[in-house]
Design a protein around this ligand. Structure first.
Ligand SMILES: [Ca+2]
Length: 334
């Protein structure tokens, strides 16, 4: 028999949930008209264009649920096998080979290793096989009006999306992408597209859907803007960390504070190998791996990957995949 108090508590809890959920899903800070007013003030976009597209955007409540359960939040042990595997390696090698000439040019121009760019494009969309089936317009509209926590962010993304469609001669209603509004083989968000997308082949369009040179150059340019260096390592699993105040503090600070590797060396941390330089900035983070919780030494190259995607799991998987493709700087130790 279930004690009365227990079921009573359950009922109250369920009622509370019911009261909260619809608010989370439906509380729209901005109406369609508010959004149109905002865009008219903030952009030079035509009112008819705005009324048509914002007027016809669909609110998809399901997208908000997806936003609240991102798979990047899984432990690394569960996340890793999705991307660091033989199938991905094979696909990546084929992509590298096919676009070899473009990669050589991109590396000379932007200083970003082909394997890292390839790893990014593989993880994002399996080289364009899977770039999401949600209409970007609907996704951004939904999140700008119904995802209270980050509505401001998505309002700006929607604005950028409507601008870029106009600039690129695209119909906003035709573009499909991820449930968060990222699109193309690169999965750039609209503001990032405006800032970083590159017309690599010089035809006047930044085609991140079907032009390999635009796609590869865009990733390379993005990484170069965040100071990726082909001469530096990325991350390294640490074993036998010394125990002292500085290490404890660094583990707590994670990537909020960057310190010279020499500072750690002074308190007994051993440099992983000579490819790491004592004067580079590093941080310590921990991940749940198949072997339990482990500590990772990371540097500014790792940080550059997290500017592309904020998830540490993502950055680490990209590093491991690039290493599987033969990139030595992406060696992360045992
Ligand atoms: Ca182009």
């Amino acid at each position: 028999m279930i004690p009365l108090t227990f079921s009573f508590k359950r009922i109250i809890f369920s009622l509370l949930l019911l009261a909260l959920l619809p608010w989370q899903l439906w509380a729209a800070q901005y109406t369609r008209d508010d959004l149109i007013d905002y865009m008219l003030k903030e952009t030079k976009l035509d009112e008819g264009y705005l009324r048509k597209n914002i007027g016809e955007a669909k609110f998809e409540a399901d997208l908000i649920r997806k936003m609240n359960t991102p798979y990047e939040a899984r432990p690394y042990a569960e996340y890793r096998p999705l991307f660091v595997n033989q199938r991905m390696k094979k696909k990546s090698e084929a992509f590298l080979k096919k676009h070899h000439a473009i990669f050589v040019e991109a590396q000379a121009k932007y200083g970003v290793a082909p394997e890292m760019i390839t790893a990014i494009l593989g993880i994002e969309t399996r080289f364009g096989e899977n770039w999401g089936r949600d209409r970007v317009l609907d996704a951004l509209f939904t999140l700008a009006t119904g995802y209270e926590r980050r509505a401001d962010f998505f309002r700006k993304e929607l604005k950028a999306f409507l601008i870029l469609c106009q600039e690129e001669g695209l119909n906003p209603q035709d573009i499909e992408g991820s449930y968060a509004g990222a699109f193309g083989v690169t999965q750039l968000m609209p503001t990032s597209f405006l800032e970083y997308a590159v017309d690599g082949d010089g035809d006047g369009k930044r085609d991140v859907w079907g032009t390999p040179k635009d796609i590869i150059f865009s990733v390379a340019y993005y990484f170069s803007r965040y100071h990726w260096s082909d001469d530096k390592m990325v991350a390294h699993w640490m074993s036998d960390l010394p125990q002292n105040e500085l290490i404890t503090k660094a583990l707590k600070d994670e990537t909020r504070t960057w310190r010279k590797l020499s500072e750690f060396e002074k308190v007994g941390l051993k440099k992983p190998n000579d490819k790491w330089s004592s004067d580079e900035e590093v941080a310590l983070i921990t991940r749940q791996t198949a072997q339990g919780e482990r500590t990772l030494l990371v540097n500014r190259n790792f940080y550059a990957i997290t500017r592309w995607n904020r998830s540490w799991n993502y950055a680490l998987a990209a590093t491991e995949l690039a290493n599987m493709l033969g990139n030595q700087q992406c060696e992360i130790g045992l």
